[in-house]
Design a protein around this ligand. Structure first.
Ligand SMILES: [Zn+2]
Length: 432
């Protein structure tokens, strides 16, 4: 009886705090005895970010309005739980946007590539309030890592539209769980394709379902590489280009720089993006960064290996320039002869019509006399590919989430749709 009791008490549990039937932030926790492993720490509703909250009570206010989930022991305002670790699958806001509110004594782990990018994002002040050097540990791929006495994790690289994305395998004494994070499966995405071979068949597979939607179920998607999809379209454009990109996708920067080289254009980045271009060694003779002549105090980012260019110079050479324009800098375009230019929207912010700012962006583009071309590539595998992945992983229980209609995915054996905040013993899920 004693023994049975011990087993009952020590059995691994899983709890989801956010990100089930939505593409909003994902957060879940694996617990064994008092050891806690939390996977991802994403902003649940990005659009509420704009809501003014009181600085003294920011965390509890954000919890009240549902931006931060009700999770104990890991937030700045909590008495810290020394048995908790947070792991981040990749550096998208819906997977890590809440790290800024994490208690400084809670260890955070991520892939080494993610950590490097995260450090650079701090340098350009795009990510606040975490002492990356002290608190964050970069964990190499394919190396088992003990997060606590009984919980071990291993990172497997996957492809997504951000550098450093990882799937996470979590092993406890009585359960194995694989979490895919966000995954893409273009023809060059060999890391994702390899996941079923190297991660083993787990008890539980937690898999994203962003593109698992009714209208996509029977479609036969284009699965070329990202560059193969974008390059020809970029090269076809004859007018000057204004582009809006998401610069955490370092590969996309590389594609744009190469396309501009082939078109014999100067490519001009905003300083923050230029900093990343330099940090990842993508600088080239035709790359420039825009320097603010009027206000030198704004030129805070240190860039040594890329030539600066002024707005006047951009204006004088406008027909031979491709210019980056983030939405929050769009006013700059008022000073340039952009009428007739092509506005290339390539997964920058605002990303799509679900964001209220998107309508404003379209209005700006129209008023300025530009033509918009959407040249994005989804970071997510197609519905049929997600189904392939779930089947190939051969998990005893498949948990689809992080999509609008996760219930459309069924695993090869059992499929389970959890509820928010409920604690499930994994043994009970395996029993069905
Ligand atoms: Zn993502």
């Amino acid at each position: 009886m004693m023994i049975e009791n011990t087993i009952e008490n020590s059995a691994t549990t899983i709890q989801f705090y956010a990100g089930l039937k939505t593409i909003g932030g994902t957060i879940f926790e694996i617990k064994y005895k008092n050891e806690r492993f939390i996977a991802d720490f994403g902003m649940v509703f990005q659009n509420k970010e704009g809501v003014q909250v009181r600085p003294q009570t920011i965390i509890s206010d954000l919890q009240t309005i549902g931006v931060i989930p009700m999770i104990s022991g890991v937030l700045k305002t909590d008495v810290v739980d020394k048995n908790a670790t947070i792991a981040i699958s990749h550096l998208h806001l819906d997977h890590m946007g809440l790290l800024q509110y994490v208690h400084p004594d809670v260890p955070i782990i991520m892939s080494e590539e993610s950590k490097t990018l995260y450090e650079h994002l701090h340098t350009i002040e795009e990510e606040p309030n975490v002492n990356v050097g002290q608190q964050v540990k970069g964990v190499p791929f394919h190396q088992p890592f003990k997060v606590s006495e009984h919980i071990k994790v291993e990172f497997f690289p996957v492809n997504h539209d951000v550098l450093g994305a990882t799937a996470i395998k979590i092993t406890t004494p009585d359960a194995t769980i694989v979490y895919t994070g966000d995954i893409r499966l273009h023809e060059t995405d060999v890391d994702t394709a390899n996941l079923p071979n190297i991660a083993g068949s787990p008890d539980l597979l937690i898999i994203e379902t962003t593109n698992v939607q009714e209208e996509f179920l029977d479609s036969n998607p284009v699965i070329q590489s990202e560059a193969d999809q974008l390059m020809p379209a970029l090269l076809e454009i004859e007018s000057p280009i204004i582009f809006n990109i998401y610069h955490r996708n370092v590969k996309r920067l590389e594609t744009l720089i190469e396309a501009a080289r082939q078109k014999e254009k100067l490519i001009v980045f905003e300083p923050e993006t230029a900093y990343l271009v330099q940090a990842f060694n993508l600088e080239a003779p035709h790359v420039r960064y825009l320097i603010d002549e009027q206000d030198a105090s704004k030129n805070v980012v240190q860039i040594q290996r890329i030539q600066p260019i002024t707005l006047d110079e951009v204006r004088d050479n406008f027909s031979s320039v491709w210019l980056q324009s983030s939405y929050h800098h769009i006013r700059t375009l008022l000073e340039l002869p952009v009428k007739g230019a092509t506005y290339v929207h390539s997964n920058g912010v605002p990303l799509g019509s679900f964001d209220p700012m998107y309508a404003e962006l379209l209005e700006w583009i129209e008023k300025l006399g530009m033509k918009i071309v959407v040249l994005g590539v989804s970071g997510h595998a197609a519905a049929a590919q997600i189904k392939w992945m779930a089947d190939a992983m051969q998990a005893k229980v498949t948990i689809p989430l992080h999509g609008f209609t996760p219930e459309l995915l069924t695993g090869p054996y059992q499929t389970f749709l959890p509820e928010i905040n409920k604690i499930y013993p994994i043994s009970s899920l395996l029993k069905g």
